[in-house]
Design a protein around this ligand. Structure first.
Ligand code: 3H9
Length: 704
């Protein structure tokens, strides 16, 4: 018998237990094990079967790692059909998460008991696939087609209470789930309820076009450029057919979704995000790297960034000590924190008590020494090298040497900052993104001296904060900003000088899939923020003109973006709506003519191609310069922090799907037309010559 599925007899109940750590994925081996043990139900002493799981959750679903090849037999459908057609009542007892194929398995059981801590969902859409193990047919039979379409399109799990109210579970259990589920089995037997196959039910409601539009509307933004939702709707419509026919429609649509590029890209990002949190980027001189335990965090500097970081930790349940030498800054910070929490309460995101608890976790102090008893200290003072060095040197003196010291710089050399300390091995950069409490990405910047222990601790911090941590080597702009400034944004500005308008560039890139085009982003964050950051970065390495000449001129003129009512666009009467500004076009024309650039009509295809290819080319340089350890890490940075469409897999996965020889040819064409800054990265030339890919390059690097 498979060790991942066990069978015990408890009185009249055959207890089937799934044990496939870490998430009880329903792998090929588990499916085989289930078929074996279900056959044991034929033993005449057994009157009911109970399916449970060990560990922290019922199941995270099918084993996604198996999706690149045809799934081995027995299939999900086979296992579920054996469960559903079993002559004995079969009960599923659910704790923690029941996701995807895990929930589909539970829906094939005759009854479901869920612990109060259970969360049930079909998140397949986030992987670009449809629930393909009967979920689109059984869920509508249990909760109705309208509720089912909502649940599958959102991909978000629901609570046990909600599931009970909808009819997805039969009973909620508190305390010991095994005891409660065994009692439930006894009741089923005592009352002679017998098996109740879900497939025998009919769908109680009709799904019309207006229901479908209403279900799609809230997800329009998340599903922009995607196709899986259409397959979901088609499959749910088929639940009106006899069960076996509906199941066949689902199977065909599931195969189609699984083979799609969208799904390959989304699955790539899923695994890339998990891989990025592992230590392949560790410096050569490092050893194992045990993370430190973090309970209390010190933050130095109570500006916007420091306050946002404080919130991120408080929201994750940690105690925070926020330090600033300036009492007025601390007072402003408290005001900012309480108004941000108040707005979260007002929008219904968190209850008042939770906001109070979070606020109470953030303590303030004017004395730098006091942060010395924290497990980790993050410096978030003004972006000034001398100031940062002074703060780090003082912290280094007072903080025990094994504790992590992080700087939140986005532009300065972490190596240089670490020189101010006697323990550079415990110094690294933690590049948070605005707003720090909500953004998903954390760039972890290592120097040549950062120890593996420090990196491990930083990864633990990312996990605690529910962020994705990616290691970048300390260099100009780290991973994300280097690619943005030298690639994507620079090209967008170049296109403006050559004849495109801000509205045209933004619309073309938004059509490609970015949530917001570069000029609108610049206006939102403030053109001055970019200008200041570039000035700092230029102290590390300069760049030849033209390099952000438009954005810098707008900053000089005080046209900083939304906050001043005009930037690349006009914003009338405090509105956020970007209106084209003829004066900006005149300014661009003037800057172009000063540089001898002749303006011309530029089409959207060229805009997208140049912005994306330049991003890819600089990404390849970032890889060859070892600023990123893996192409997949770059994909994570750009999909989680810079709005690159996740369903295209990231800027390094995307060219693999185009074919690197084609991408290289286009880069060479632009190099010829536009000059040196389009020089093809040596790595792309090498991989294209070998007809290889960035994915293959990652595989080879991992094997080395
Ligand atoms: C499905 O079910 C299709 C069916 O409808 C049809 C089939 C025909 N498979 O995220 P973590 C690994 S599609 C394989 O770091 P957390 C993960 O890679 C599936 N591996 O932990 C990692 O491995 P490693 C629908 C999986 O606590 C380790 O487990 N289900 C799977 O932060 C820990 O993961 C989903 O979409 C899997 N299904 O979060 C749920 N899940 O240690 C996907 C996880 O080697 N999973 N792993 O890096 C999740 O959302 C999160 O993992 C979960 C735990 C919330 C469960």
């Amino acid at each position: 018998m498979s060790s991942s599925v066990t069978f015990d007899v408890v009185g009249p109940v055959g207890l089937i237990s799934i044990n496939n750590p870490p998430v009880n994925a329903i792998s090929h081996e588990v499916r085989r094990g289930l078929v074996d043990v279900i056959a044991r139900g034929k033993d005449s002493n057994i009157k009911a079967l109970l399916i449970m799981s060990s560990g922290e959750m019922f199941s995270a679903g099918a084993d996604i790692a198996e999706f690149d090849h045809p799934l081995g037999e027995p299939s999900f459908q086979e296992v579920e059909s054996r469960i559903e057609s079993c002559a004995l009542p079969v009960v599923a007892a659910i704790h923690g998460l029941a996701l995807g194929g895990g929930l589909e398995l539970a829906m094939a059981c005759h009854y479901r008991v869920a612990h109060t801590n259970a969360r049930l969902g079909l998140p397949e859409i986030t992987l670009g696939i449809i629930p393909g193990a009967g979920g689109t047919q059984r869920l509508p039979r249990l909760i109705g087609a309208r509720a089912a379409v909502d649940m599958i399109l959102s991909g978000t799990p629901i609570s046990a209470t909600d599931a009970k109210a909808k009819g997805l579970v039969d009973e909620i259990a508190e305390g010991d789930l095994r005891d409660a589920a065994l009692k439930f089995c006894e009741r089923v037997l005592r009352e002679g309820l017998g098996p109740g196959p879900t497939c025998n039910r009919t769908v109680s409601d009709n799904l019309d076009e207006s229901d479908i539009s209403a279900a799609l509307a809230p997800h329009a933004r998340a599903l922009k450029g995607r196709t899986t939702q259409n397959l979901v709707v088609e499959a749910i419509k088929a639940s009106k057919l006899p069960f076996s026919q509906g199941l066949a429609v689902e199977a065909a649509l599931a195969r189609q979704s699984l083979a799609s590029r969208e799904s390959q890209a989304l699955r790539h990002v899923f695994f890339a995000e998990r891989e990025s949190g592992k230590l392949s980027g560790a410096p050569a001189n490092s050893t194992q790297g045990q993370p430190a335990v973090i309970r209390r965090v010190g933050i130095v500097g109570a500006g916007t960034m420091g306050s946002g970081i404080a919130m991120a930790f408080a929201n994750a349940g940690l105690e925070v000590l926020l330090n600033d030498y300036d009492p007025a800054a601390l007072a402003r910070s408290r005001e900012f924190l309480s108004s941000t929490y108040a707005s979260s309460v007002k929008r219904g995101r968190i209850p008042q008590e939770v906001a109070n608890e979070r606020m109470q976790r953030i303590h303030s102090t004017g004395a730098l020494d006091e942060v010395a008893n924290c497990d980790l200290v993050i410096e978030a003072v003004f972006e000034d090298m001398e100031l940062k060095k002074e703060v780090l040197s003082k912290l280094d003196f007072s903080l025990p040497p094994e504790r992590l010291l992080a700087t939140n710089t986005s532009t300065l050399s972490v190596t240089e900052i670490a020189r101010a300390t006697a323990h550079p091995e415990r110094v690294l950069g933690m590049h948070f993104f605005v707003p720090a409490h909500a953004s998903k990405l954390l760039e972890i910047v290592r120097t040549d001296h950062t120890s593996a222990e420090s990196l491990s601790t930083a990864f633990r911090v990312a996990k605690l904060l529910k962020k994705v941590g990616v290691v970048a080597r300390d260099a100009f702009g780290f991973i994300g900003n280097r690619m943005m400034l030298d690639g994507y944004w620079r090209e967008a500005e170049q296109l403006l000088l050559e004849g495109a308008t801000p509205a045209q560039v933004d619309a073309a890139l938004e059509d490609f899939g970015f949530a917001m085009g570069p000029q609108r982003v610049s206006d939102l964050g403030g053109n001055d923020v970019g200008t200041k950051a570039r000035a700092q970065l230029f102290k590390r390495e300069s760049r030849p003109d033209p390099y952000f000449v438009i954005a810098d001129r707008l900053t000089e003129m005080g046209w900083l973006g939304q906050k001043t009512g005009r930037g690349f666009y006009l914003y009338e009467n405090g509105s956020r709506e970007a209106v084209s500004d003829p004066e900006v076009i005149s300014l661009i024309e003037k800057l172009a003519s000063e540089r001898g650039i002749r303006r011309r009509e530029i089409n959207d295809k060229e805009i997208v191609e140049r912005c994306i290819l330049s991003l890819i080319n600089v990404g390849a340089m970032v890889l060859e310069e070892k600023i990123a350890a893996r192409a997949a890490d770059i994909d994570v940075v750009w999909t989680s922090g810079y709005g690159f469409p996740r369903h295209l897999g990231g800027p390094m996965f995307y060219p693999d799907t185009l074919g690197l020889p084609h991408a290289l040819q286009r880069i060479r064409d632009y190099h010829e037309k536009l000059g040196h800054y389009w020089r093809p990265a040596a790595l792309i030339e090498r991989l294209a010559a070998e007809n290889s890919s960035f994915e293959e390059w990652d595989r080879r690097s991992a094997a080395r």
